[in-house]
Design a protein around this ligand. Sequence first.
Ligand SMILES: Nc1nc2c(c(=O)[nH]1)N[C@H]1C(S)=C(S)[C@@H](COP(=O)(O)O)O[C@H]1N2
Ligand SMILES: [Mo]
Length: 370
Amino acid sequence: MRLRLPRERDFTAPAHDVRVAARLGLALGVTFGLCFATGLLSHAGQHGSWWPTRPVDFYRITQGVHVLSGIVAVPLLLAKLWSVYPLLFARPVVRSVWHALERGSLFVLVAAAFFQLATGLFNSAQSYPWLFPFVPTHYAVAWVAIGALGIHIAAKLPKIRDGLGRALGRSAPGAGGLSRRGFLATTGFAAVAALVATAGATVPWLYRVSPLSWRAARGPQGLPINRTATAAGVARVGPDWRLTVSWPGGTRQLDRAELVALPQRTATLPIACVEGWSATATWTGVVVADLLGAVGAPTGRVEVESLERTGAYRTSVLLPGHVRDRLTLLALRINGTELSLDHGYPCRIIAATRPGVTQTKWVTGLRVRP
Ligand SMILES: Nc1nc2c(c(=O)[nH]1)N[C@H]1C(S)=C(S)[C@@H](COP(=O)(O)O)O[C@H]1N2
Ligand SMILES: [Mo]
């Protein structure tokens, strides 16, 4: 027997069909679109010059959609690739310059999509088994993926129309494998299972049914801890700790007793981590706007500094809108008890809609830039 490469027509399963591929493509287009849009929002929330302060759960929702749409895209992408992979064996390999470009962009799309989904999943598991910085790389490749997706959709528009326009129909008698309907139903089931299995990390009423909700599972003082004081290199905080508030023309140091003596506000606010988990706590502390007023500092943009000496999240910026917001607290207490060291003792920033990475713990300095 002579070995030969298969041909496209050798793949006879009914699900290798443009009607299946187009429907999966539509679902993937929606999930990738959601993932891209919410990814841009997350980028703006961390690096932008404006960010809304309401609704309080804004980032919790957009980042939940970001991570969950990425997770749902995994089974959809695998099913879509399986549906169309016989096209790899179509001959001739290249029919025209246009065809070569279209195939090349498809290669870029698949590579970029795998890269985004894999790095995103690793990030949500807080694992970084690579040497490049996650945030700028994930952000840059997102543009590559969305660009290649746009080209792919434009090139395939006639086929997409054709595939979506035709009913799934019945498979020919004797055709092997799952029917077109069966294949789509199985893929849909896998996508919903992936969603339910992970959504409990951020959707409270799924905590119980979601086996992978461990990230949001209760931690000490009723809230998970992402980075412990030990991991951040923050040792015991002694009585010599001071909060330094500075502004052009002035500086003021406060000890913890002075912070406790200022008027306190209690608010229920979520921490929404970029990794896709979120959890709500009740925080008590000083409204940052009141604190600035009490020491005679102007308002403006505030740079927050932590006791942590190294680490990407030792500083953050409070934009003017958040500095004015009365839900922006320098929290001293969580769920009715004093903040533990792991939760940011002696004080931490907690504000509405801020990405978790900017809810800075172990605060030591507030620098006002009017
Ligand atoms: N100084 C400092 N603050 C920090 C971090 C950090 O690494 N260093 N991690 C942030 C991240 S990523 C999140 S999600 C929240 C988590 O807060 P928690 O550990 O109190 O739950 O704290 C934020 N504050
Ligand atoms: Mo986080």
